[in-house]
Design a protein around this ligand. Sequence first.
Ligand SMILES: O=C(O)CCC(=O)N[C@@H](CCC(=O)O)C(=O)O
Ligand code: ZN
Length: 329
Amino acid sequence: MLALGRLLELTLAAREPSEKIQLCADGTRLQWRDEGVLLVTPPAARDNGCDLLLSAGIHGNETAPVELLERLLHGIAAARLRPALRLLLVLGNPAALRSGERYIGYDLNRLFNGGHELASGPEAARAVLLEQQLAAFFTDPARRRLHLDLHTAIRGSRIEQFALRPAAAAAPSPASLAALQAAGIQALLLHNGVSATFSGLSSRRFGAEAFTLELGRARPFGENAALDLSRLEAVLGALIEGRPLPPGDPARLQLFAIAREVIRHTPAFRLHLDEAVENFTALAPGSLLAEDEGRQWIVEEAQARIVFPNPRVALGQRAGLIVVPAPQS
Ligand SMILES: O=C(O)CCC(=O)N[C@@H](CCC(=O)O)C(=O)O
Ligand SMILES: [Zn+2]
């Protein structure tokens, strides 16, 4: 195995490779760009004009997607997978991956699109570095730009695998929706405001078609055997090699809009949901969902469901999303 094929091992050990550039047997070039950031360039004759950013580990306790990227990279390094596009692989938060925590000081996925200006410490520095890496990767406006940021969720979910799309000028393309469905994604949540997330950055600043994928529940390294990511792996393998993707049916994706964000403003914040309540659980109309000093969140929306309920977020951060079904376009 080429040393640069061991991106995860190097990153977890906080080691830099002695050689920063290596060639795979099929002519693919691997370049270590920085800690946890690897650029994969195909031979020019195979390049199909697409720039694909695949990221995982933006949250350090979300390991299944990191293991998935590692498997893909091993395939590339061994020339079993022959890339036909430029690919940037990013392990988002190396320090948090080493400690197995969601984050060290600040949630990295709230620090993009200018969010780092109010923060400090390892995540603020990492957000700046990742923005620079994206600026160096997405340079040619003539190339197709895609970003999939892979996550797992803190809680169980009535819909196990789903995607979130940052607000963007253009509606998601039918081809992308078909690809998501083929990859095992069952639902899509459409953000409606500026997101300080990594996918929000690639969408807003670099015009990439970007999605955050939620791929089951967050567990430590080595404990992900029960999670089946084989459909996503097949789609990513085909995308990387420029092969036709497995067929998918966009009509089978459930669409949701974000009706309201519940924000924890003060230490007095209370969320009136049991710890066992799963993502996409229905919320009873008229019920008191949360309260904070002088504020109440009462469920007003028909067919509302809760996603990412978390009363322990930092002050000023999102403690849950109230989502509602959106019309299929
Ligand atoms: O399970 C949870 O509460 C959070 C899981 C997670 O990390 N989700 C992402 C979603 C990002 C987006 O809205 O695109 C996050 O909270 O950063
Ligand atoms: Zn996450």
